[in-house]
Structure formats: C-alpha cells, structure tokens
Design a protein around this ligand. Sequence first.
Ligand SMILES: [Zn+2]
Ligand SMILES: [Zn+2]
Length: 147
Amino acid sequence: MGHSFGIKCNECDYIKSFRMGIGMMYSPYALSDFDSEFALLPYLIRSKKTQQLVKNLINDKNGKFADGYEHSIYRCSKCGEFYGRFFFHIDHDDGSYEPLYKCTKCNKTLDLFELPEHGQADLSLYPCPRCGKNSLAEDYSSMLLWD
Ligand SMILES: [Zn+2]
Ligand SMILES: [Zn+2]
C-alpha cells in the first residue's frame, strides 16, 4: 500500500506532499504492459521519450524491472525544489537503466532524495526552495494512504 510524505516550511507557505511507495496493482507484469487499458507506465512517467525507451528495453533488450521501484522524492541540488517522481531500475541485455528526471525550473538532473528507513528525515539540512531558510519540516497533516 502506498503512503505519503509531506514537507512544509515553518517560515513561509511552502508546502508539498508526495505519493510514496507502490500501489497494489504495481506488479512487474503490469509495469511491462504498455498497450492495454490497464497500462501503468503512462501514469507513472510523464515523458513520452522515457516511456518509449522503457518500452524498447522491455521488448527488444529483454529488460526486467528490478525490485524496489516506487514513487519517490527527488531533489534539485541547484534550486532545492522537491519533486515526486517514479523510481525504477531495469536490467537489460546491454546493462541497466534508471530514469533521469529534470528540474522543471533549472533543467538540472534531479537527485534521488532518500528518506531514512527508520527515524525521521532531518529536513532542516536542506534550504527551503521558496524562502531559502533552513526551516523545512515533515508535514504530518498531509498523511494519507492511497491504493
Ligand atoms: Zn532546480
Ligand atoms: Zn520557506
């Protein structure tokens, strides 16, 4: 079951919540289904180019989704903005592939923002993308479960 993670700033009105994890229907089989009405990928990855690339890897290069794919948080190291994006890893005949997502503001490649498995993330290490102060905190008011 999926969950969510919220980030808010204590100094300004910056607030964002992210879908995390995976839904019940997210099997590797469903992820590799590109053409039926149940195809998942178009909902997970917006870029048509990336969708096509994944399709080619699965169909032509014997690509397989490795465990660990999930909705994740990415961060731009330039402007500090956070994004919800789908992380996945594909092993294929010529190597492996992980998607590269770009910041929509500065076009810089985003870094995967890993939350600690146990305990709290120390968000105060990261400046707020809006006001620049180190006053980000986890926003518990936006907790929700999604399928
Ligand atoms: Zn940026
Ligand atoms: Zn702020």
